[in-house]
Write a protein of this length. Sequence first.
Length: 211
Amino acid sequence: MRKHLNTRQTLRCGFTMIELIIGMSITVLVLGAVASFTFAVAAAWKANDAQSEASTVASVATARVGAMLRGVKAAGAIQPGSFDDKFSADPAAVVVWVSDLNDDDAIQLSELELLYYETDNKLVCRYQRPSALVDETVAPAAFANVAMVTRLHKDFDRVPMLSRIDGLRFYRLSAGAKAGAIEAQFRVRSGKLNQVYSMVIALRSGVTDPN
């Protein structure tokens, strides 16, 4: 027996133009959402890295400056410095009487040091007495005069102490519970992040009044 099957079958192959457009639109939306999420995560990660880096630099700065200043006998001349990049103020600096080596209650030149911020190099430097120093007694008024900053910066030996400090300011505290202390403010830059960290250092004999 022979059977003849006349069956028509319409086979549909591929997509219509409308289906392609809809599919591509959905794909673009999904890829856009994934890209936005990826960029957001990357930005958050970068910001967190910048914050961590700035905090690390500031922690080192406060630890080292605090360790130096807390041990000194007194602070004399202070140049406040400035965070205004457009204003060319004198760099932040403080002259300190490290200790009374011969216990005579008089300030000797050899007993002084200078903490100085180099604005061009973004460095905090410590200036210490040179080996070939002709010693002399320093009057309290001279110790508190900013001319002493210039003298020590010129005649003493420079020792780099801190790097990557974007700005530094010193303040003389003369009122309230913190009178006789120094406030140091560090500005740290990491990427686009700028942050200011502050610390107050109490000194054994306070700050000499320039007046």
